[in-house]
Design a protein around this ligand. Sequence first.
Ligand SMILES: O=C1C[C@@](O)(C(=O)O)C[C@@H](O)[C@@H]1O
Length: 236
Amino acid sequence: MAELSFESFVLTASTADLSEEPAARSDADAIEFRLDLADDPLAALDVYDGSLPILVTNRPTWEGGDATSEADRFDELASAIDYDSVAAVDIELGALTGTVDAAAHDRAVSLREAARNQDVTVVASVHDFETTPPIAQLNELLEVAATEGDVGKLATVAHDRSDALALLTATHTATQNGLTVATMGMGEPGRHTRAVAPLYGSRIGYAPVDPENATAPGQYDLRTLREIVTELTRTA
Ligand SMILES: O=C1C[C@@](O)(C(=O)O)C[C@@H](O)[C@@H]1O
């Protein structure tokens, strides 16, 4: 069973192609495998022999991904967590809390239970592709996400410096309150939060090996993010 601790910052190389792992190995701590963007994800997991542990994500269209069938995507995730190489699974907070629909809720809760029985870490994720909500809402989202999952993850579109600052402040507050969270601003004005948020407690970063394969707007490429975070945490 692959081990992955979120007690400190984990930099994931986000990809739809596990054959990128050797190129990611020197800079990443883990792979985020986007099942929804891959051709035959379970076949790829079958033959995976990389050394980086994997966080599996199967993002539905209602949360900005490509997975169209809820039943299929949860079945794939349930199969994926059986692989020894898979150390963590991303489950959307909207599914875990039942705000999407009752069927998604049941599937999400049983996936979480199966993951925990296998020591697979659960990342409960929230995305806002329109805006960065007011700080009180950010605090609330992080608290709920970190309670529903082992790590609460929040990605919002930042339109300006105030949005970026709100996200960083919420990250700092949650961390000070003992929550395990990961945050990142999407879009150009949010880009720097990806480098700075780890200083305020964010435990996961996402970056493509090849900048052309970014999985969200505003991502740094993997090498760049690793270098900046290393530099900032050395001098902090
Ligand atoms: O949820 C996230 C975060 C992300 O959207 C980002 O903004 O870096 C990238 C996605 O691949 C990942 O699943």
